[in-house]
Design a protein around this ligand. Structure first.
Ligand code: NAP
Ligand code: MG
Length: 499
C-alpha cells in the first residue's frame, strides 16, 4: 500500500528544522530594496526600449507570494520582425566587420557589469522565479558572469580554436530560453553568439522575464552597438514567431522536449541551423563502495537544488541493493532537515515552485506515483500559506517501467530504484528516452570509467553532481536534444567553418 506521511498544517511562514525542535535559524532575509524593478518594461529592440506593436503587456509575479512584480510587453509577429530587422542591420553594418578584439571588449564589459550588479540580479532572480537567494547569489549570477568572461576570451582566438579553418559568424541568432535559470540561460546563449560575431534576438520565458530585462539595461549601459542584442518578452507564440522568421540563421532553444520537436519540424527544410537543449531524467547511481554520506549529500543536491527545476536533475536514483536501506534512511533524515520557505531568506534550501501550472504538473506526478504502487515519503515541514510550494519528496519501491521513473517531473521529487550488478544498472540507466546527464558514486576509478563509457548521457558526474563550468560543454543525447553549449564546443553552433 502506498503510504503518505501526514503533514502538520502550520500557518506561519517561518520554517523550523523539524528533527531538533530545541533550536532553529533566525530569519535572514536578503533586502528587496537593493533591487530596482520598474512597474512596466517595454521591448529592448535596436538599443532602445520600444513599446510593443501588440500594445499588450502581461504580469510577472513572485511565485512565493503570488504578488505582481511588474508587467512586461508581449511581442507579436510584427515586434519580432522589428527585432530581427534590427539584428540583421547591426550584423551587416558593423558587428561582423568589427575586429574580434573590439567585440571582445564589449563582452568583457558586460561580464564585469554583471558582476558589479550581482546582488541586484540575484535578488530579482529569486523574486521572479522563486529560487533560493543562496542559489541565485552563489550559482546563477556568478556562472552567468563567467560565461561572458569565458566567451569574451575566445572572440579573437577562433583561429586557435579551429586551426586551418576560417571561422565565420552565421548572422542573426534567434534564442529562446526557459524559466529555470533565466539569467544563466540568457548568458549561455548570448555570450557565445555575440563573441563569434552574430547578432541576437532573445525571448525570455513568460514567468521569468526580469533578469534578462536587467541584462538588457546592462547591455544598454555597456554601449553595445544598437541591435546587436535584442531582448523581447512574450509567450509561446512569440517564440514561434522567432522560429518561423525567414531572416534568422540559427535557432538556439532550451526548453521542453515537446516544444523542441515542434521547433525541429518548423525548421526542417530551411537553411536554419538549430541546437536544442531539452529535458532529462538523470540516473544517479550509488555503488556499495561509495562514500555514503557524501553520496547522500550529492543526491540531495542533485534533485532538490532549485526545487528540482533542473533539466539535468538527478531524478532517478539507483542504489546498489546492499546499501539501499541505509541510503534511503539517510535520505529521509536529510530531507527532514531541508528548509523550505521564503526564497529571499539566506537559510532557505528549497524555494517556491516557479508557477501554478508547474506545481500542478508535480502534483499530478505525485498522484501517479502513488497509483503506480510506489511508496511516497515527504518531509513534514510546514509550507507557507500563499504561493506555490512542494515538500521535498521521495518514492521508494519504484519499478523501471513506472511513469515516475521514465518521465520528467521537474520538481523536488526523487524516484529510488535498486540494482545488483554493473550491467543491470547500465541497462536500467540507459533505458530512458532522455540522455542529458548522470552521476556515479563509487570508490573505484575503474568503475567510473566503465560506467561513463557505457552510459548514454551528455554529462556524467563522478562523486559529485550539478557542477558547471563555462569551459565544459553541456548537452544531451536522444530526446534531450543535440548541440553543445559551453566550452569550445559551444562556439561551433554559431560558426560556419571554411577551409
Ligand atoms: P517550454 O514550455 O518548452 O518553454 C521554453 C521556452 O520556449 C519558453 O520561452 C517558452 O515560452 C517558449 N515556447 C513555448 N512554446 C513555444 C513554441 N511553440 N515555439 C517556440 N517557443 C516556444 O519549457 P519550460 O517548461 O519553460 O522549461 C522546462 C523544460 O526545459 C524542461 O523540460 C527542462 O528539462 C528543459 N530545460 C532544458 C535545459 C537543457 O539545457 N537541456 C535547461 C533548462 C531547461 P513561454 O515561457 O511563454 O511558454
Ligand atoms: Mg515571475
Amino acid at each position: 500500500m502506498p503510504v503518505t506521511k501526514k503533514k502538520p498544517v502550520k500557518k506561519s511562514n517561518t520554517i523550523k528544522l523539524k528533527f531538533d525542535t530545541s533550536w532553529s535559524y533566525d530569519p535572514a532575509p536578503e533586502s528587496k530594496s537593493a533591487a530596482t524593478i520598474k512597474p512596466q518594461y517595454d521591448l529592448f529592440i535596436n538599443g532602445e526600449w520600444q513599446k510593443p506593436l501588440s500594445n499588450k503587456y502581461f504580469a510577472t509575479i513572485n511565485p512565493a507570494n503570488e504578488e505582481k512584480l511588474s508587467e512586461v510587453a508581449e511581442a507579436n509577429t510584427a515586434d519580432v520582425d522589428k527585432a530581427v530587422k534590427a539584428a540583421r542591420n547591426a550584423y551587416e553594418k558593423y558587428w561582423k566587420k568589427m575586429p574580434a578584439r573590439e567585440r571582445a571588449k564589449y563582452v568583457f564589459r558586460i561580464a564585469r557589469m554583471v558582476q558589479e550588479k550581482a546582488r541586484e540580479l540575484a535578488i530579482i532572480e529569486t523574486l521572479d522565479g522563486g529560487k533560493p537567494i543562496r542559489e541565485s547569489r552563489d550559482f546563477d549570477v556568478p556562472t552567468a558572469a563567467n560565461h561572458f568572461f569565458y566567451y569574451a576570451g575566445w572572440a579573437d582566438k577562433l583561429e586557435y580554436a579551429f586551426p586551418n579553418r576560417k571561422a565565420e559568424a552565421l548572422g542573426v541568432a534567434g534564442q529562446i530560453i526557459p524559466w529555470n535559470f533565466p539569467l544563466l540561460m540568457a548568458a549561455w546563449k548570448i555570450a557565445p553568439a555575440i563573441s563569434t560575431g552574430n547578432t541576437v534576438v532573445l525571448k525570455t520565458a513568460e514567468t521569468t522575464p526580469l533578469t534578462a530585462l536587467k541584462l538588457a539595461e546592462i547591455i544598454e549601459e555597456a554601449d553595445l552597438p544598437p541591435g546587436v542584442v535584442n531582448i523581447i518578452t512574450g509567450a509561446g507564440e512569440t517564440g514561434a514567431a522567432i522560429v518561423n522568421h525567414p531572416d534568422i540563421n540559427k535557432i538556439a532553444f532550451t526548453g521542453s522536449t515537446d516544444v523542441g520537436k515542434i521547433i525541429q519540424r518548423a525548421v526542417a527544410g530551411t537553411h536554419k541551423k538549430v541546437t536544442l537543449e531539452l529535458g532529462g531524467k538523470a540516473a544517479n547511481i550509488i555503488f556499495e563502495d561509495a562514500p555514503i554520506d557524501q553520496a547522500v549529500e550529492g543526491v540531495i543536491n542533485g534533485i532538490y537544488f532549485n526545487q528540482g527545476h533542473v533539466c539535468c536533475a538527478g531524478s532517478r536514483l539507483y542504489v546498489q541493493e546492499s546499501v539501499a536501506k541505509q541510503v534511503i534512511r539517510k535520505l529521509k533524515d536529510r530531507i527532514e532537515s531541508l528548509i523550505v520557505g521564503d526564497p529571499l531568506d539566506k537559510n532557505t534550501d528549497i524555494g517556491a515552485i516557479n508557477s501554478r501550472s508547474q506545481l500542478e504538473t508535480i502534483q499530478k506526478y505525485l498522484k501517479i506515483g502513488k497509483q503506480e504502487g510506489a511508496e511516497m515519503y515527504e518531509s513534514s515541514c510546514p509550507l507557507p500559506k500563499k504561493g506555490f510550494w512542494c515538500r521535498p519528496t521521495l518514492f521508494t519501491n519504484v519499478a523501471q517501467s513506472n511513469r515516475i521513473a521514465q518521465e520528467e517531473i521537474f520538481g523536488p521529487v526523487l524516484s529510488i530504484l535498486t540494482f545488483r550488478t554493473d550491467d543491470e544498472v547500465i541497462e536500467k540507466a540507459n533505458n530512458s528516452p532522455y540522455g542529458l546527464s548522470a552521476g556515479v558514486w563509487t570508490d573505484k576509478g575503474s568503475k567510473i570509467f566503465n560506467m561513463t563509457r557505457r552510459m548514454r548521457a551528455g554529462v556524467i558526474w563522478a562523486n559529485t553532481f550539478n557542477k558547471f563550468d563555462p569551459s565544459s560543454p553541456f548537452g544531451g543525447y536522444k530526446e534531450s536534444g543535440f548541440g553543445r553549449e559551453g566550452g569550445l564546443h559551444g562556439l561551433l553552433p554559431y560558426l560556419s567553418l571554411k577551409v
